[in-house]
Design a protein around this ligand. Structure first.
Ligand code: URA
Length: 239
């Protein structure tokens, strides 16, 4: 399958997409025998790609893993503000991985990463309603009325939220813990839903995604998914 040249080069792990663009602009990238130009695509199965005279190797093996992301890391390939990146917690040899949805800088927990672009795309597509469960700590107490509002749908600036479920509510002093399961994934959705019912989030951790649970995985650690887990995920993604 053809892929944008700069994307292909960064996927090989040799350099970032931006650095690859620069190499293409400088005429230092060749596809087979000819000099490539920016905007071109190549098929790594059928064509040889050379950067600075070096032949690129691509891993065809798919890799999908879950990371227990600590707070203080961002889910991005780079950060102009110089914050730590979640992908830096993984061996560089894994090459380019896509995160399946994102967790905020201050959110911890289950982050799914894969080099299978199609799996990532399908799992994040809203039509597949993959469930995500969060352990939420808020300032204040979640009473029956707030819980009902969260479960039935809350009007946010980008529309009303889909039905959700709340469980395991525990009050602890001035705070309250509960589990919240969503089947959509909008930006800062949990924080915004809780704020809308007057409960600011003080801690947020994703503990499950689809059939996967974070249980047993220490903060900052990762584990590669097994074949059964992967085939369940693919089914869920409609693949
Ligand atoms: N909802 C949020 O508010 N933040 C996250 O990181 C994930 C879900």
């Amino acid at each position: 399958m053809k892929e944008r040249l700069q994307k292909l080069i960064s996927r090989s792990g040799l350099m970032s997409r931006r650095q690859a663009e620069e190499k293409i602009r400088q005429g230092l990238v060749r596809i087979d025998e000819r000099v490539a130009t920016l905007g071109e695509s190549a098929d790594p199965q059928k064509e040889k790609v050379w950067v600075d005279g070096e032949l690129l190797h691509f891993t065809t093996k798919t890799l999908t893993l879950m990371l227990n992301k600590p707070t203080g890391y961002i889910c991005s390939m780079n950060d102009p503000q110089g914050r730590r990146l979640a992908i830096d917690l993984l061996p560089a040899a894994f090459g380019r991985l896509y995160s399946v949805g994102r967790l905020d800088y201050n959110t911890e927990g289950l982050l799914l990463l894969t080099n299978d672009g199609s799996l990532a795309q399908h799992l994040t597509h809203p039509s597949h309603h993959v469930s995500k469960t969060y352990l939420v700590k808020v300032r204040g107490a979640l009473d029956g009325s707030a819980s009902k509002k969260i479960e039935s749908g809350i009007k946010l600036e980008d529309g009303v939220t889909a039905p959700a479920s709340v469980s395991n509510v525990r009050i602890s002093g001035k705070n309250c813990w509960f589990e919240l399961t969503l089947r959509e994934g909008r930006n800062r959705q949990v924080r915004r839903m809780c704020e809308a019912v007057g409960l600011p989030v003080v801690r947020l951790k994703r503990i499950a995604l689809g059939g996967l649970c974070l249980e047993g995985l220490k903060s900052g650690m990762y584990r590669v998914l097994g074949d059964d887990e992967l085939s369940d995920l693919k089914k869920m993604a409609g693949l």
